[in-house]
Design a protein around this ligand. Structure first.
Ligand code: 4AD
Ligand code: MG
Length: 437
């Protein structure tokens, strides 16, 4: 819209006549005159309406789309230091009339409904400033990721979503009918990003991952995004983790820089990063958990959700001034066929998770880059090498020693913003029950 001014930029236009446009967020009828609160993608502004202008809005509901021409004036306030502005309307034009009452009130401080109601009415509830803010922060995280990867000279890859075989093994994959043949939806871009190691040496991408999870939990979706990364010619797993730490720092720095109003609106203080994310082996992590809480899970092959939470929200902040901790060397039985075994202990793997502010946000590790070793590993996992012919072709024709990781975008957003359920950090979530909107 030509000459339209965004609400955020109005203070600089004090005394000028401007055009603003947006949604009728609220209307206050004071009989002789009235106030319309107008909302655009940058905020809210109060518009002072005459009796006639007020009259012209009679019968229209909130969310009616308006174009207002008016003068930017200082808002009357008891606080002499307040420098908020408002608009004295000269004309009000209806761009899109709304006659129906919205199903959920979105003009209060909070959208005060159950999660299911929030999501059933997503089309409308997403318009609430706090809901909008969540996905602005998410976008900034992705922007920070891309900027970091570009600064390293890596190549962005667009991975396929339809594939012939399961990408991570296991049973959690969706089957789709593909012209009468069976195809699957990729559980991650894993196999494809590895294949590109034979070409680009360093790649990244934002992928779609599908998991046929059996239960809906507060941390699992059936469709989510991963920030994928893979790098070749590394000396060891530390190189791969270092990229994970740097990327995470760059992403949070981007949020801190570009999302000040959003963080303020959401009441979020970004968690501490510290000087260095600690790295601990799984066995040590379980010992630390036992020593700190008295809970003995030292015989477990994995971290429980409670242990992940304690390590990243209690132990790491106290001992290392950060909300992040790398846990390494998960047992062979807990990791997929493509993860390298630890040469010092073949029951263990060169793998890691990055636990951040409550739960796992990243999984990664070193891969197997030798052909024979990979075939043996596929067989040991009870899988058939014939089904991985394309994948194995890269080993056959040479890929460098390499590793990588995948970061769950919605999981990260959830943890950074301290949201109780991952679905709050997902714009249009899908889970066992939900496939709409
Ligand atoms: O741990 P995952 O399954 O690892 C992989 O997919 C590997 N290919 C990564 C690699 O490069 N080695 O998934 C990676 C991340 C998890 O750490 C978590 O943040 C997120 O993706 N994630 C999920 N997010 C939402 N719903 C689910 N069902 C998720 N499963 C994993
Ligand atoms: Mg994982």
């Amino acid at each position: 819209m030509q000459h339209r001014i965004l609400i955020r930029d109005l203070p600089a236009k004090l005394g000028e006549t401007v055009i603003v446009a947006g949604w009728l967020h609220r209307l206050r009828d004071l009989s002789k005159f009235g106030f319309a609160i107008l909302r655009d993608r940058t905020g809210l502004v109060q518009v002072v309406l005459s009796t006639e202008q007020l009259e012209s809005l009679k019968g229209f509901q909130v969310e009616t789309v308006l174009k207002v021409t008016g003068e930017v004036v200082k808002k009357q306030s008891k606080d002499p230091n307040a420098n908020e502005v408002e608009i004295q309307a000269m004309s009000v034009e209806i761009l899109s009339p709304v006659k129906d009452v919205v199903p959920v009130e979105i003009n209060k401080e909070e959208v005060d409904v159950q999660l299911d109601t929030l999501l059933d009415n997503r089309v409308v509830t997403l318009r609430h400033p706090k809901q909008r803010a969540i996905f602005r922060v998410q976008a900034a995280l992705v922007h920070g990721f891309r900027s970091f990867m570009e600064s390293q000279g890596f190549t962005e890859i667009f991975f396929p979503v339809l594939a012939g075989a399961a990408s991570e093994g296991g049973a959690e994959f969706f089957r789709v009918d593909y012209y009468g043949r069976e195809a699957t939806l990729t559980q991650s871009a894993q196999l494809y990003k590895q294949i590109t190691m034979g070409v680009y040496e360093g790649v990244y991408g934002v992928s779609y991952s599908f998991r046929a999870e059996k239960f809906a939990t507060s941390r699992h979706l059936t469709e989510f995004n991963q920030l994928e990364f893979e790098v070749g010619f590394v000396d060891d797993m530390e190189d791969v983790m270092a990229y994970g730490e740097s990327a995470t720092r760059a992403m949070l720095a981007e949020v801190a820089m570009s999302c000040v109003p959003e963080l303020e609106l959401l009441g979020v203080t970004l968690p501490p990063l510290g000087d260095r994310f600690p790295r601990v082996k799984l066995k040590e992590a379980l010992e630390i958990y036992k020593a700190g809480t008295g809970i003995d899970e030292t015989q477990e092959p994995d971290l429980s959700p409670a242990a992940e939470k304690w390590l990243s929200t209690q132990w790491a902040p106290k001992e290392h001034g950060t909300g992040f901790v790398f846990v390494t060397h998960y047992p062979e039985s807990k990791r997929p066929f493509y993860v390298a075994l630890d040469p010092e202990d073949p029951t263990s793997t060169l793998s890691f998770d990055l636990i951040g502010f409550g739960s796992e946000i990243v999984s990664g590790g070193m891969r197997i880059n030798r052909y024979d070793e990979q075939i043996a590993r596929i067989k040991a996992k009870g899988l058939k090498p014939e089904e991985f012919e394309d994948y194995l072709m890269m080993h056959k024709y040479g890929i460098p020693p390499e590793g990588g990781w995948g970061m769950g975008l919605q999981r990260l957003t959830q943890n950074v913003l301290g949201l109780a359920n991952i679905k709050e950090a997902t714009i249009f979530p899908r889970d066992v029950q939900r496939l709409r909107p």
